[in-house]
Design a protein around this ligand. Structure first.
Ligand SMILES: Nc1nc2c(c(=O)[nH]1)N[C@H]1C(S)=C(S)[C@@H](COP(=O)(O)O)O[C@H]1N2
Ligand SMILES: [Mo]
Length: 335
Protein backbone atom coordinates (compact mmCIF):
# COMPACT_ATOMS: atom_id res chain seq x y z
CA UNK A 1 0.00 0.00 0.00
CA UNK A 2 1.47 3.31 -1.03
CA UNK A 3 0.55 6.22 1.16
CA UNK A 4 2.14 9.60 1.59
CA UNK A 5 1.39 12.70 3.62
CA UNK A 6 0.89 15.59 1.28
CA UNK A 7 -0.43 19.10 1.32
CA UNK A 8 -0.55 21.76 -1.34
CA UNK A 9 1.23 23.91 1.27
CA UNK A 10 3.67 23.04 4.05
CA UNK A 11 1.90 22.20 7.29
CA UNK A 12 3.02 23.85 10.51
CA UNK A 13 4.01 21.42 13.25
CA UNK A 14 1.29 22.96 15.41
CA UNK A 15 -1.29 21.64 12.98
CA UNK A 16 -1.69 18.21 14.42
CA UNK A 17 -4.75 16.04 14.11
CA UNK A 18 -7.33 16.88 16.78
CA UNK A 19 -7.92 13.92 19.04
CA UNK A 20 -11.64 13.55 18.36
CA UNK A 21 -10.97 13.25 14.65
CA UNK A 22 -8.19 10.75 15.26
CA UNK A 23 -10.48 8.65 17.44
CA UNK A 24 -13.38 8.67 15.06
CA UNK A 25 -10.99 7.79 12.28
CA UNK A 26 -9.90 4.74 14.22
CA UNK A 27 -13.52 3.80 14.70
CA UNK A 28 -14.00 4.31 11.00
CA UNK A 29 -11.09 1.99 10.24
CA UNK A 30 -12.99 -0.83 11.90
CA UNK A 31 -16.02 -0.36 9.72
CA UNK A 32 -16.45 -2.63 6.76
CA UNK A 33 -19.34 -4.25 4.99
CA UNK A 34 -21.93 -2.89 2.71
CA UNK A 35 -25.57 -2.10 2.80
CA UNK A 36 -27.62 -2.93 -0.23
CA UNK A 37 -30.62 -1.14 -1.47
CA UNK A 38 -32.01 1.28 -3.92
CA UNK A 39 -33.95 4.34 -2.98
CA UNK A 40 -37.30 5.22 -4.39
CA UNK A 41 -37.42 7.24 -7.55
CA UNK A 42 -36.96 10.92 -6.95
CA UNK A 43 -38.41 13.65 -9.06
CA UNK A 44 -35.90 15.73 -10.95
CA UNK A 45 -36.50 19.35 -11.54
CA UNK A 46 -34.87 22.05 -13.60
CA UNK A 47 -31.18 22.88 -13.94
CA UNK A 48 -28.56 23.34 -11.20
CA UNK A 49 -30.49 25.58 -8.77
CA UNK A 50 -29.60 27.01 -5.41
CA UNK A 51 -31.34 25.23 -2.54
CA UNK A 52 -33.57 27.35 -0.32
CA UNK A 53 -32.20 25.80 2.85
CA UNK A 54 -29.04 27.00 4.52
CA UNK A 55 -26.81 24.50 6.28
CA UNK A 56 -25.59 25.20 9.77
CA UNK A 57 -21.95 25.32 10.72
CA UNK A 58 -20.70 22.64 13.06
CA UNK A 59 -17.45 21.08 14.14
CA UNK A 60 -15.75 18.47 11.99
CA UNK A 61 -16.79 14.98 12.94
CA UNK A 62 -16.05 12.31 10.42
CA UNK A 63 -18.43 9.44 10.78
CA UNK A 64 -17.99 6.00 9.28
CA UNK A 65 -19.02 5.94 5.66
CA UNK A 66 -20.62 2.59 4.97
CA UNK A 67 -19.90 2.31 1.29
CA UNK A 68 -18.58 -1.19 1.16
CA UNK A 69 -15.17 -0.17 -0.15
CA UNK A 70 -12.46 -2.01 1.73
CA UNK A 71 -10.81 0.23 4.25
CA UNK A 72 -7.35 1.47 3.29
CA UNK A 73 -5.00 3.51 5.47
CA UNK A 74 -5.54 6.99 4.13
CA UNK A 75 -3.27 9.81 5.25
CA UNK A 76 -4.29 11.35 8.55
CA UNK A 77 -5.83 14.76 8.26
CA UNK A 78 -3.02 17.28 8.50
CA UNK A 79 -4.31 20.60 7.34
CA UNK A 80 -6.53 22.99 9.24
CA UNK A 81 -6.76 25.64 6.53
CA UNK A 82 -6.24 26.08 2.81
CA UNK A 83 -3.14 27.88 1.52
CA UNK A 84 -4.99 31.20 1.83
CA UNK A 85 -5.42 30.52 5.56
CA UNK A 86 -9.16 30.02 5.32
CA UNK A 87 -10.53 27.33 7.63
CA UNK A 88 -11.75 23.98 6.38
CA UNK A 89 -15.48 23.66 5.95
CA UNK A 90 -16.85 21.33 8.63
CA UNK A 91 -17.24 17.65 7.84
CA UNK A 92 -20.93 18.02 8.62
CA UNK A 93 -21.44 20.74 6.04
CA UNK A 94 -19.39 18.93 3.38
CA UNK A 95 -21.46 15.78 3.83
CA UNK A 96 -24.93 17.26 4.38
CA UNK A 97 -25.12 19.83 1.58
CA UNK A 98 -24.55 18.15 -1.77
CA UNK A 99 -25.36 18.39 -5.43
CA UNK A 100 -25.92 14.88 -6.75
CA UNK A 101 -28.89 14.84 -9.12
CA UNK A 102 -28.77 11.06 -9.54
CA UNK A 103 -30.26 10.92 -6.03
CA UNK A 104 -32.23 14.12 -5.63
CA UNK A 105 -31.98 17.81 -6.46
CA UNK A 106 -32.58 18.62 -2.79
CA UNK A 107 -29.09 19.26 -1.43
CA UNK A 108 -29.91 18.46 2.18
CA UNK A 109 -31.67 15.18 1.26
CA UNK A 110 -28.84 13.66 -0.81
CA UNK A 111 -27.07 12.12 2.17
CA UNK A 112 -30.09 10.10 3.26
CA UNK A 113 -31.05 9.01 -0.26
CA UNK A 114 -27.46 7.93 -0.99
CA UNK A 115 -26.74 6.22 2.30
CA UNK A 116 -27.18 2.66 1.04
CA UNK A 117 -25.43 3.18 -2.28
CA UNK A 118 -23.13 0.22 -2.76
CA UNK A 119 -19.66 1.00 -4.09
CA UNK A 120 -18.07 -2.43 -3.88
CA UNK A 121 -17.53 -4.18 -6.17
CA UNK A 122 -16.69 -1.23 -8.41
CA UNK A 123 -14.89 -0.95 -11.71
CA UNK A 124 -13.53 2.02 -13.63
CA UNK A 125 -12.89 1.42 -17.32
CA UNK A 126 -10.00 3.41 -18.77
CA UNK A 127 -9.92 3.29 -22.55
CA UNK A 128 -10.39 5.07 -25.84
CA UNK A 129 -7.26 6.46 -27.52
CA UNK A 130 -4.73 4.81 -25.20
CA UNK A 131 -2.06 2.17 -25.66
CA UNK A 132 -2.91 0.46 -22.36
CA UNK A 133 -6.67 0.24 -21.87
CA UNK A 134 -7.48 -1.31 -18.52
CA UNK A 135 -10.41 -1.89 -16.19
CA UNK A 136 -9.44 -1.06 -12.63
CA UNK A 137 -11.22 -2.38 -9.57
CA UNK A 138 -11.59 0.38 -6.99
CA UNK A 139 -9.11 -1.50 -4.81
CA UNK A 140 -6.51 -1.24 -7.63
CA UNK A 141 -6.96 2.52 -7.77
CA UNK A 142 -6.56 2.79 -4.00
CA UNK A 143 -3.51 0.57 -3.87
CA UNK A 144 -1.64 1.41 -7.08
CA UNK A 145 -1.71 5.17 -6.82
CA UNK A 146 -0.35 7.30 -4.00
CA UNK A 147 -3.24 8.68 -1.97
CA UNK A 148 -2.54 12.23 -0.84
CA UNK A 149 -4.34 14.89 1.11
CA UNK A 150 -5.27 17.95 -0.95
CA UNK A 151 -7.09 20.93 0.51
CA UNK A 152 -9.06 22.67 -2.23
CA UNK A 153 -11.74 25.30 -2.48
CA UNK A 154 -14.88 24.02 -4.24
CA UNK A 155 -16.84 26.81 -5.94
CA UNK A 156 -20.29 25.86 -7.23
CA UNK A 157 -21.71 27.78 -10.18
CA UNK A 158 -24.63 28.55 -7.83
CA UNK A 159 -22.23 30.89 -5.94
CA UNK A 160 -21.61 28.93 -2.76
CA UNK A 161 -18.24 27.49 -1.80
CA UNK A 162 -16.46 25.21 0.64
CA UNK A 163 -12.88 24.34 1.63
CA UNK A 164 -12.53 20.56 1.42
CA UNK A 165 -9.64 18.35 2.57
CA UNK A 166 -9.80 15.65 -0.10
CA UNK A 167 -7.87 12.43 -0.21
CA UNK A 168 -7.01 11.26 -3.69
CA UNK A 169 -4.42 10.79 -6.38
CA UNK A 170 -3.35 12.74 -9.41
CA UNK A 171 -5.34 11.89 -12.52
CA UNK A 172 -2.02 12.26 -14.39
CA UNK A 173 -0.72 9.13 -12.62
CA UNK A 174 -3.57 7.08 -14.07
CA UNK A 175 -3.37 8.68 -17.53
CA UNK A 176 0.39 8.07 -17.74
CA UNK A 177 -0.23 4.40 -17.05
CA UNK A 178 -2.86 4.35 -19.81
CA UNK A 179 -0.42 5.99 -22.28
CA UNK A 180 -2.58 8.33 -24.35
CA UNK A 181 -2.02 8.12 -28.11
CA UNK A 182 -0.86 11.28 -29.85
CA UNK A 183 -4.36 11.62 -31.33
CA UNK A 184 -5.89 11.91 -27.82
CA UNK A 185 -6.76 15.53 -27.09
CA UNK A 186 -9.52 15.34 -24.46
CA UNK A 187 -10.60 13.15 -21.57
CA UNK A 188 -14.22 12.17 -21.18
CA UNK A 189 -15.68 11.00 -17.86
CA UNK A 190 -18.88 9.12 -17.20
CA UNK A 191 -20.84 8.48 -14.01
CA UNK A 192 -22.22 4.96 -13.50
CA UNK A 193 -25.46 4.43 -15.43
CA UNK A 194 -27.75 2.35 -13.24
CA UNK A 195 -31.25 3.77 -12.70
CA UNK A 196 -32.03 1.17 -10.04
CA UNK A 197 -29.19 2.36 -7.85
CA UNK A 198 -29.17 5.98 -9.05
CA UNK A 199 -32.92 6.59 -9.21
CA UNK A 200 -32.62 10.15 -10.49
CA UNK A 201 -31.62 8.55 -13.79
CA UNK A 202 -35.23 7.38 -14.21
CA UNK A 203 -36.09 11.01 -14.87
CA UNK A 204 -36.13 11.64 -18.59
CA UNK A 205 -35.25 15.32 -18.35
CA UNK A 206 -31.48 14.82 -18.39
CA UNK A 207 -29.23 13.02 -20.88
CA UNK A 208 -27.94 10.41 -18.43
CA UNK A 209 -25.38 9.31 -17.56
CA UNK A 210 -23.75 12.48 -16.21
CA UNK A 211 -20.72 13.14 -18.39
CA UNK A 212 -17.88 15.63 -18.16
CA UNK A 213 -14.72 16.44 -20.04
CA UNK A 214 -11.33 18.11 -19.79
CA UNK A 215 -8.69 19.04 -22.31
CA UNK A 216 -5.79 16.59 -21.96
CA UNK A 217 -3.43 19.23 -20.53
CA UNK A 218 -6.04 20.19 -17.92
CA UNK A 219 -6.47 16.54 -17.04
CA UNK A 220 -2.69 16.09 -16.70
CA UNK A 221 -2.29 19.16 -14.45
CA UNK A 222 -1.00 18.33 -10.97
CA UNK A 223 -3.99 19.99 -9.28
CA UNK A 224 -6.45 17.65 -11.02
CA UNK A 225 -7.19 14.67 -8.81
CA UNK A 226 -9.45 11.68 -8.55
CA UNK A 227 -10.74 11.87 -4.98
CA UNK A 228 -11.28 8.70 -3.00
CA UNK A 229 -11.77 10.23 0.44
CA UNK A 230 -12.15 13.34 2.53
CA UNK A 231 -11.17 14.46 6.03
CA UNK A 232 -8.72 11.56 6.16
CA UNK A 233 -11.51 9.01 5.80
CA UNK A 234 -13.30 7.32 2.93
CA UNK A 235 -15.51 9.20 0.49
CA UNK A 236 -19.17 9.25 1.59
CA UNK A 237 -21.64 8.26 -1.15
CA UNK A 238 -23.18 11.74 -1.25
CA UNK A 239 -19.77 13.19 -2.15
CA UNK A 240 -19.27 10.85 -5.09
CA UNK A 241 -18.01 7.51 -3.77
CA UNK A 242 -16.09 5.53 -4.59
CA UNK A 243 -14.17 7.89 -6.89
CA UNK A 244 -14.90 11.36 -8.26
CA UNK A 245 -13.03 14.00 -10.19
CA UNK A 246 -11.90 17.23 -8.49
CA UNK A 247 -10.76 20.17 -10.65
CA UNK A 248 -10.48 23.02 -8.15
CA UNK A 249 -10.17 25.97 -10.58
CA UNK A 250 -13.41 25.09 -12.38
CA UNK A 251 -17.04 25.34 -11.28
CA UNK A 252 -18.08 22.40 -9.15
CA UNK A 253 -20.22 20.69 -11.77
CA UNK A 254 -17.04 19.78 -13.70
CA UNK A 255 -16.03 17.59 -10.73
CA UNK A 256 -18.07 14.57 -11.79
CA UNK A 257 -18.98 12.02 -9.12
CA UNK A 258 -19.15 8.24 -8.95
CA UNK A 259 -17.10 7.59 -12.08
CA UNK A 260 -17.26 4.30 -13.96
CA UNK A 261 -15.59 5.26 -17.24
CA UNK A 262 -12.68 7.42 -18.38
CA UNK A 263 -12.05 7.70 -22.11
CA UNK A 264 -9.39 9.48 -24.11
CA UNK A 265 -10.91 11.08 -27.21
CA UNK A 266 -9.91 13.27 -30.11
CA UNK A 267 -12.82 15.74 -30.20
CA UNK A 268 -14.14 17.94 -27.39
CA UNK A 269 -16.69 15.65 -25.71
CA UNK A 270 -20.30 16.52 -25.01
CA UNK A 271 -21.02 17.10 -21.34
CA UNK A 272 -24.36 16.87 -19.55
CA UNK A 273 -24.67 20.54 -18.58
CA UNK A 274 -23.18 21.90 -21.78
CA UNK A 275 -25.66 19.80 -23.76
CA UNK A 276 -28.67 21.01 -21.77
CA UNK A 277 -27.79 24.71 -21.63
CA UNK A 278 -24.68 25.67 -23.63
CA UNK A 279 -25.15 29.36 -22.90
CA UNK A 280 -25.12 28.72 -19.14
CA UNK A 281 -22.48 26.00 -18.82
CA UNK A 282 -19.48 26.27 -21.11
CA UNK A 283 -17.08 23.42 -21.74
CA UNK A 284 -14.27 25.17 -19.85
CA UNK A 285 -16.28 26.61 -16.94
CA UNK A 286 -13.21 28.06 -15.25
CA UNK A 287 -14.19 30.06 -12.17
CA UNK A 288 -14.18 33.66 -13.41
CA UNK A 289 -15.65 36.60 -11.45
CA UNK A 290 -15.62 38.68 -14.65
CA UNK A 291 -17.99 36.41 -16.54
CA UNK A 292 -21.51 36.52 -15.14
CA UNK A 293 -23.73 33.49 -15.21
CA UNK A 294 -26.84 34.38 -17.28
CA UNK A 295 -29.02 34.26 -14.17
CA UNK A 296 -26.68 35.90 -11.59
CA UNK A 297 -23.32 37.55 -11.02
CA UNK A 298 -20.27 35.43 -10.29
CA UNK A 299 -18.35 38.25 -8.58
CA UNK A 300 -18.98 36.96 -5.08
CA UNK A 301 -19.87 33.78 -3.24
CA UNK A 302 -21.27 32.47 0.02
CA UNK A 303 -18.75 30.33 1.92
CA UNK A 304 -20.77 27.60 3.63
CA UNK A 305 -20.51 28.01 7.40
CA UNK A 306 -19.81 31.74 7.17
CA UNK A 307 -22.10 34.74 7.14
CA UNK A 308 -21.77 37.40 4.50
CA UNK A 309 -20.14 37.00 1.12
CA UNK A 310 -16.58 36.78 -0.19
CA UNK A 311 -15.13 37.97 -3.44
CA UNK A 312 -14.76 35.20 -5.97
CA UNK A 313 -11.15 34.78 -7.08
CA UNK A 314 -10.02 34.30 -10.69
CA UNK A 315 -9.58 30.57 -11.33
CA UNK A 316 -10.91 30.11 -7.77
CA UNK A 317 -7.56 31.34 -6.41
CA UNK A 318 -5.43 28.96 -8.49
CA UNK A 319 -4.48 31.43 -11.26
CA UNK A 320 -0.77 31.16 -10.45
CA UNK A 321 -0.91 27.44 -11.11
CA UNK A 322 -3.26 27.24 -14.09
CA UNK A 323 -3.55 30.49 -16.05
CA UNK A 324 -0.77 29.42 -18.44
CA UNK A 325 -3.07 26.63 -19.66
CA UNK A 326 -5.25 29.33 -21.22
CA UNK A 327 -2.61 31.70 -22.61
CA UNK A 328 -3.94 33.48 -25.67
CA UNK A 329 -7.51 32.29 -25.16
CA UNK A 330 -10.42 34.72 -24.81
CA UNK A 331 -11.85 33.62 -21.47
CA UNK A 332 -15.08 35.54 -22.04
CA UNK A 333 -15.79 33.61 -25.22
CA UNK A 334 -14.37 30.34 -23.95
CA UNK A 335 -16.31 30.41 -20.67
N1 LIG B 1 -22.57 12.60 -11.20
C1 LIG B 1 -22.71 13.83 -10.69
N2 LIG B 1 -21.62 14.56 -10.40
C2 LIG B 1 -21.74 15.81 -9.88
C3 LIG B 1 -23.03 16.38 -9.68
C4 LIG B 1 -24.17 15.59 -9.98
O1 LIG B 1 -25.33 15.99 -9.82
N3 LIG B 1 -23.98 14.30 -10.47
N4 LIG B 1 -23.12 17.67 -9.20
C5 LIG B 1 -21.97 18.55 -9.44
C6 LIG B 1 -22.07 19.84 -8.77
S1 LIG B 1 -23.16 20.97 -9.43
C7 LIG B 1 -21.25 20.18 -7.72
S2 LIG B 1 -21.25 21.74 -7.07
C8 LIG B 1 -20.38 19.16 -7.06
C9 LIG B 1 -20.77 19.07 -5.60
O2 LIG B 1 -19.90 18.22 -4.90
P1 LIG B 1 -20.19 17.94 -3.35
O3 LIG B 1 -21.62 17.57 -3.18
O4 LIG B 1 -19.25 16.82 -2.97
O5 LIG B 1 -19.85 19.22 -2.62
O6 LIG B 1 -20.51 17.87 -7.65
C10 LIG B 1 -20.65 17.87 -9.07
N5 LIG B 1 -20.61 16.51 -9.58
MO1 LIG C 1 -22.49 23.05 -8.60
Amino acid sequence: MKSEKFNAIPVKSSEITPKHIYLSRRQFMKVAGAAIGSAAAGALLAACKASPSTPTASSAQPTPAVTGVPVTPFPTLNARTDELNDPLTSYDDITNYNNFYEFTVNKVAVKDKAKNFQTSPWEVQVGGLVHNPKTYAIEDLLNRFIQKERVYRLRCVEAWSMVIPWVGFELADLLKEAEPMTSAKYVRFETLLDPLRLPGQKEGSYPWPYTEGLRLDEAMHRLTILATGLYGGSLPPQDGAPVRLVVPWKYGFKSIKTISKIELVEQQPDTLWNTIAPNEYGFYSNVNPEVDYPRWSQKSERRIGESGRRKTLMFNGYAGEVESLYAGMDLKKNY
